[in-house]
Design a protein around this ligand. Structure first.
Ligand code: ADP
Length: 190
């Protein structure tokens, strides 16, 4: 059966790490719009050239581009079983995703809101900057990403709370503890 899970939360909350693990355990495909965009930037595609300055400024990439990416990925899957990581990030993206889920009869298993205090998020992102060298992990860009999150993505918390799909996960603590909370929220463990 076609099924999906959405990871929602601010930059640095650990969505990517948890999404990867959940995808592996469930046999789902992890669809990270950030990773797909970084791969376009690395390959120097037209889309990558358009996205790079926005990503480096901590700004969101336009909805049409993101929806194009997601539409293409889903169209290539006969029976989508997907973990959305970093998507949707705006109300327009969430509404478009609702339509896609309905059209393809994909059941939403839950929307996992992973959060942590902002000082902790910034500390983690600055630490990652040193390890991975992502060009958007510098302090100025991180602050801009937080502002984009608060203005454009945070409204999705209410959107999904209204439909009853929202599950709040405390992103502080060990990766393992957070993962257990996610499994419990999805009813995957007793
Ligand atoms: P993080 O969650 O740590 O900010 P991501 O890898 O999810 O990192 O995203 C990196 C950048 O890619 C974002 O700052 C934004 O510019 C772009 N991006 C990723 N996903 C989306 C999306 N769904 N809508 C718009 N922009 C996106």
């Amino acid at each position: 059966m076609a099924e999906a899970v959405i990871f929602l939360g601010p930059p640095g909350a650990g969505k990517g790490t948890q999404a990867k693990r959940l995808a592996a355990d469930l046999g789902f495909r992890q669809l990270s719009t950030g990773e797909i965009l970084r791969s376009h930037v690395a390959r120097g595609t037209e889309l990558g050239r358009l996205a790079k300055p926005l990503m480096d400024a901590g700004k969101l990439v336009p909805d049409e581009i993101i929806l194009g990416i997601i539409g293409e990925e889903l169209a290539a899957m006969p029976n989508p079983r997907v973990i959305f990581d970093g998507f949707p990030r705006t109300l327009a993206q969430a509404e478009a995703l609702d339509r896609l889920l309905a059209e393809r009869q994909i059941r939403l298993l839950g929307v996992l809101l992973v959060t942590a205090p902002e000082e902790e998020l910034i500390r983690r992102l600055l630490g990652r900057a040193q390890q991975e060298g992502r060009s958007d992990d510098n302090e100025e860009t991180i602050r801009a990403r937080m502002v984009e999150y608060r203005q454009k993505t945070q409204p999705l918390v209410d959107y999904y709370a209204r439909t009853g799909s929202l599950k709040e996960i405390n992103g502080l603590g060990q990766v393992e503890e957070v993962y257990q909370a996610i499994q419990a929220a999805l009813g995957l463990r007793a």
